[in-house]
Design a protein around this ligand. Sequence first.
Ligand code: FAD
Length: 385
Amino acid sequence: MPNTHDVIVCGLGGMGSAAAAHLARRGLRVAGFDAFHPPHDRGASHGSTRIIRQSYFEDPAYVPLLLRAYELWRELEQRRGGELLVETGGLMLGPPDSSVVQGSLRSARTHGLPHEFLDAREIRRRFPAFAPDDDMVALHEKAAGFLWCEPSVQAHLDDAAAGGAELHFDEPVLAWSATAEGGVTVHTPRGEYSAGQLALTPGPWAPAVLADLGLPLQITRAVLCWFDPPGGVEPFEPGRFPIWIWEKSAHEATYGFPAVDGPGGGVKTAFHVTPKVEQCTPETIDRTIRAADSEQLRASLRGLLPGLDGPLLQAKTCLYSSTPDAHFVISPHPQHPQIQIACGFSGHGFKFCSVVGEVLADLVTTGRSRHDLGLFSPGRFSRSG
Ligand SMILES: Cc1cc2nc3c(=O)[nH]c(=O)nc-3n(C[C@H](O)[C@H](O)[C@H](O)COP(=O)(O)OP(=O)(O)OC[C@H]3O[C@@H](n4cnc5c(N)ncnc54)[C@H](O)[C@@H]3O)c2cc1C
């Protein structure tokens, strides 16, 4: 029997919607499947906004991908009409020897990215909402900002559909297999589909969907909180207030956004590295908000943003899919070259959706990427023991 499609995409969240868009725009017959109807709030790509930045503290190797991601987000905006990426400037804060500060500086210097280095006095002068201790410093980057996350997923889905992709929502992939002929078969409650290739972008469902690989992924509960500043939102408005990431210690880091969620929307912040890690699955996560969720965050933020210590307006749970080194997994499947995998985005993947979509499309159509994917190889887990 001939294949029903050239390529199937399993999971149409942040990464899968982008992959489907890039593949469809190249003229391939694409079928995409999602267990729910994205953009939805069951996975990792919801909650209004996601930080995007270039002086990447995690590793300078991400910078070429980031520069391409910016270009592709701007192209997507042009094609679909509507703002997705907003540059507000960004502060990467911490003690001078923290990895957020040192890593950001390293990426900025390695790649010649425009940036400024600010001491605590300068931070307070330029951004009066911040009250850092005297021994804190920051890298300031103008190009940093945020993406509107649900509209970004929707724009990629629209782009995919406009390119002719068949999008199957509320149709989970129950099983997939590589065929003897070098293709793939996918089973859903509605039927069986076959294709030459498969892209697996299951987000926090990766431990189940990619169980055969036994990747060391840790799925954890993250909580986004919107606070109502008692003195009003003015000091937190874009123009006066940037996106920010604060490494308080090796075990505690927080981040946040300017007040962009409309009148009464408050100011969004969250833990990136939380002192209390809660492992779960998308099925077992406790989606109810507990008093402790916002109290811990509030207590942590008092040391940096005292004006934010107001009532909690709203909170949402989300899922991190973390690898031991917090680097992504993007690779052909080690046993099946016709299957591409992208998961383990470790709480910092969204800004890359546009470029990961392009990378996956390159792997599907040419078997290679112009980017160095060495950092993202699943082989690193077996090598390290
Ligand atoms: C609280 C929070 C804050 C974050 N902040 C940032 C940030 O500021 N900047 C940043 O860059 N990143 C951030 N991230 C990380 C980023 O959002 C994620 O890395 C990214 O959204 C992951 O996208 P994904 O496509 O892998 O997962 P998802 O968007 O969750 O998509 C996976 C999809 O696969 C579908 N699926 C799963 N299994 C199946 C199946 N069997 N059949 C069919 N469909 C299936 C799911 O329904 C889902 O739609 C944050 C994450 C969280 C949770």
